[in-house]
Design a protein around this ligand. Structure first.
Ligand code: ADP
Ligand code: MG
Length: 349
């Protein structure tokens, strides 16, 4: 792994806005983006369709020019510099796509070799590099297969090998697993982690799927209507999502914390008071149950779950407490005290 000694970010956005104008209509695709993506990280960008994700990617590889603001790659602005410099910067960026974008008329090896030809590598060196890349992505036995003879996952592995051919330090993956089934998605994401860990390549993963973020990203930015509405470590985003779009993304993956509607339903089905307690490495489910048991009131676990991410535990349980009102009040007070990590409390009739 090539460690770069530098305080420049791999990618930096400074107040970047991109407005598309066609005729009389103006559409702001990304708005006032400030962002630093560090060397060596896997950075996720999640957003719904139309959020501006692909525009963000195209601003990084200089396929789009910001309407205002500056994009820097390893500290170098990519606008207002000579075209030759842009080409040079772009050579240091690999890209993979949802639809793989392979040449159907070329074999797997031929596809991987193509960027090396463009870069003017001599034949013998190209062949050696292609063999090495096929080995790295686990497709040595498919060198002579054409894309139509490969599965979706294999095609994307060819795409990754091709993107890495000229040893870029940055890899952009725009919905790279969106055309794949969950199992194949897992395979491709494991390969991306290997690319990051073994080759030290910075990876930007663009997706609308929170599962993808969860599987690979160190940090994640949530994009909505062209703006970053949340930016945090993947753990923090899952454990404690703040913005509304973030919460709905997290909810698609985890069903650990009841929504307001679920709480209302639970309130109808269970007597007493509902209390939701956060679970983490310091505050286990057992601690909450011990408090409930000591209080002497009747209690039941009515909702919850515990998960782990980046080697840390998070989750929540919701208890229904019923019995002597003073005892219930006392139990809720202890459960919602900071030391137990409890956060929310819902009173039901
Ligand atoms: N070349 C373009 N011309 C006009 N509008 C565009 C162009 N590219 C993207 N847009 C608009 O910008 C918004 C963001 O698009 P995009 O970046 O593709 O979002 P995403 O990848 O998150 O789905 C969309 O409303 C889209 O229609
Ligand atoms: Mg897109």
């Amino acid at each position: 792994m090539s460690e770069r000694v530098t305080d420049t970010a791999a990618v930096e956005f400074r107040a970047v806005t991109k407005v598309f104008e066609s005729g009389k209509t103006r559409h702001t695709a990304v708005s006032e983006i400030d962002l630093r993506i560090e060397h060596g990280e896997i950075f996720g960008v999640i957003g719904y369709s139309g959020a501006g994700k692909s525009t963000l990617v195209r601003l990084i590889n200089a396929l789009e020019k910001p309407t205002s603001g500056t994009v820097l790659i390893s500290g170098t602005p990519i606008t207002g510099v000579p075209e030759s410099r842009v080409r040079q910067l772009r050579r240091d960026i690999g890209m993979i796509f949802q639809q793989f974008n392979l040449f159907r008329s070329r074999t797997a090896a031929g596809n991987i070799e193509y960027p090396l030809k463009v870069a003017g590598w001599p034949r013998a060196k190209r062949k050696a590099r292609v063999a090495e890349l096929l080995e790295f992505v686990g497709l040595s036995d498919k060198a002579r297969s054409y894309p139509d003879q490969l599965s979706g996952g294999q095609k994307q592995r060819v795409g990754i090998a091709r993107a890495l051919a000229t040893s870029p330090s940055l890899l952009l993956a725009d919905e790279a697993t969106s055309a794949l089934d969950p199992e194949t998605t897992g395979e491709v994401l494991r390969l991306l982690r290997k690319v990051n860990r073994e080759l030290g390549v910075t990876i930007i993963v663009i997706t609308h799927e929170m599962d993808v973020i969860r599987a690979v990203a160190d940090r994640v930015a949530v994009l909505a209507e062209g703006r970053i509405v949340e930016l945090a470590s993947t753990f923090d985003v899952f454990a404690d999502p703040q913005a509304t779009p973030t919460r709905s993304f997290v909810d698609t993956v985890l069903h650990i914390k009841p929504s307001a509607e679920e709480l209302a339903r639970l309130g109808e089905r269970h007597a007493g008071q509902l209390v939701t307690v956060d679970i983490d490495d310091e505050h286990g489910v057992g601690d909450a149950l011990a408090v409930a048991a000591r209080s002497g009131v009747r209690f039941e676990i009515v909702y919850g779950g515990v998960s782990s991410l980046q080697d840390k535990t998070f989750g929540s349980i919701t208890l229904a407490l019923d019995g002597d009102p003073d005892a219930v009040r006392e139990a809720v007070a202890v459960l919602t005290a900071d030391t137990l990590g409890a956060r929310s409390e819902r009173r039901t009739a």
